[in-house]
Design a protein around this ligand. Structure first.
Ligand code: FE
Length: 196
């Protein structure tokens, strides 16, 4: 009887040890596969670097087509780091953080980089997205657009037509009369009150 009890305990212990190992093995496999997913082959890394540099070159040539064409050093000198990030690096300010999101005084919103007039307060509306939104620019000639493929879904990027600075994006879910929503970063704008 004593021998049988010892054998039973040994069997239970063995089962416990092996079943307890299983999750550890699974974790280890998962870590392995995660590691595999995060590790790029040298060829893939080179392809990615080439993609990035060709995108950068395309951006630079796109920007060179605008009337006001300053060097990168000049832009860095002229803009605050936050303005530079949005206007020259196509960054996006945090939603609900910009000074013009809830701003409703009458006037004109100019480009923060070059003072080019972009939007009128008369076409501003509350989109509840956390970014200043307009249903049309002050004039179609004052802005420029380009295709933005940075996200999985293609978006239309909006630029200042004078300096090429990135302002935001335009979407087709705006109010009447245009049905458009120009979603713009506050930091890319400089407000000029009416009559000033
Ligand atoms: Fe500009």
């Amino acid at each position: 009887m004593k021998t049988r009890v010892i054998k039973l305990c040994t069997a239970l212990l063995a089962f416990g040890v092996f079943s307890g190992c299983s999750p550890t093995s699974a974790t280890s496999d998962t870590q392995q596969s995660r590691r595999g997913a995060l590790t790029l082959s040298p060829n893939a890394a080179v392809a990615q670097a080439n993609d990035a540099s060709s995108r950068q070159a395309a951006e630079q040539s796109k920007r060179a087509e605008f009337p006001l064409n300053l060097s990168d050093a000049q832009w860095r000198q002229r803009l605050t780091p936050a303005q530079y990030h949005v206007l020259r690096e196509e960054g996006t300010e945090r939603a609900f953080s910009g000074e013009y999101d809830k701003h409703d005084e009458p006037g004109v919103y100019n480009c923060a980089a070059c003072d080019h007039p972009l939007f009128s307060s008369q076409t501003k509306f509350d989109s509840r997205t956390g970014w200043p939104s307009f249903y049309q620019p002050i004039s179609a000639d004052n802005i420029a657009t380009s295709a933005d493929h940075k996200l999985r879904s293609k978006r239309t990027e909006v630029h200042c037509a004078n300096c090429g600075g990135h302002l935001g994006h335009v979407f087709r879910d705006g109010p009447k009369p245009t049905g458009l929503r120009y979603c713009v970063n506050s930091v890319a704008l400089k407000f000029e009150a009416a009559g000033e």
